[in-house]
Design a protein around this ligand. Structure first.
Ligand SMILES: [Mn+2]
Length: 254
């Protein structure tokens, strides 16, 4: 894919719509929509890199209530010709066709590789990559399985979504550590993942969410690991203008 003159690619993740409560989430939802309205003037492509919703579980004919303004904005943008692609995160891995059917937005359930205007990208939410976190990798395998999802859909939506909401708020936080800041390259699994990957394949940019840290970390061979941060604390996103990548914050500081 090549960018047209003056056009850009935008990346954002970890909106976690729904937490900590409806009213607070609504404020964040509106902020995200303002941001989308601002970028639509020069965006050619938008990647939503996971954990868009704090809880999402799609039944065959039922989706969770809420997020109408956000979904409406995505529909408007997609209908207007903006190329949008989404990823599942560890909080919203149970997406199964609603975005595709209703919005025309493809959803990736695993990382992807792309070449945009001559630069190579590795893009994914980032959960379950790199060494360690065996418990989570096992849990993810179970939760991702068709059988588990089929069984879960036998539960009434009120109970099913309620249970998922309860688990999300009380369960272990796989973004743990964000409060403590960057843990150093040895402890940051995503840095380890990048270093390992670079030994075999070169990417100009690794784009991840999940860590809830806004990061632009230099790697060997001129590569960079961008962590998109989140929209709970940072309102951060990344922009690629065809030449370079920058981390930015909304509203812009200047
Ligand atoms: Mn997250």
């Amino acid at each position: 894919m090549n960018l047209s003159d003056g056009k850009k690619v935008y990346f954002a993740s970890d909106f976690h719509l729904g937490i900590p409560d409806g009213a607070t989430s609504r404020i964040r939802e509106k902020r995200i929509i303002s941001w989308l309205s601002e970028i639509e003037t020069d965006a050619q492509q938008l990647f939503l890199v996971g954990d868009i919703f704090d809880v999402w579980f799609e039944y065959k004919n039922v989706v969770p209530k809420g997020f109408t303004r956000f979904l409406g904005k995505l529909a408007e943008l997609a209908d207007g010709g903006l190329q949008i692609e989404a990823f599942t995160g560890n909080h919203d891995l149970w997406m199964r066709g609603y975005f595709e059917d209703e919005l025309g937005i493809p959803v990736h359930h695993a990382p992807i590789q792309r070449v945009i205007s001559g630069k190579s990208f590795f893009i994914g939410h980032g959960d379950g990559l790199g060494p360690g976190d065996r418990g989570y990798k096992m849990l993810k395998r179970i939760l991702s399985s068709k059988g588990t999802q089929w069984l879960y859909r036998r539960i009434h939506p009120d109970t099913g979504v309620g249970l998922a909401t309860w688990a999300s708020r009380r369960g272990p936080k796989h973004e743990a550590g964000a409060e403590d800041g960057f843990q150093g390259p040895e402890k940051e699994w995503l840095v380890q993942f990048c270093l390992q990957t670079l030994q075999e394949t070169h990417y100009d940019y690794f784009i991840f969410g999940h860590r809830h840290l806004a990061l632009d970390y230099p790697l060997p061979q001129g590569s960079r690991y961008i962590n998109l941060g989140d929209w709970i604390k940072f309102n951060s996103y990344a922009v690629f203008d065809g030449q370079d990548m920058t981390l930015q914050y909304y509203p812009s500081q200047s």
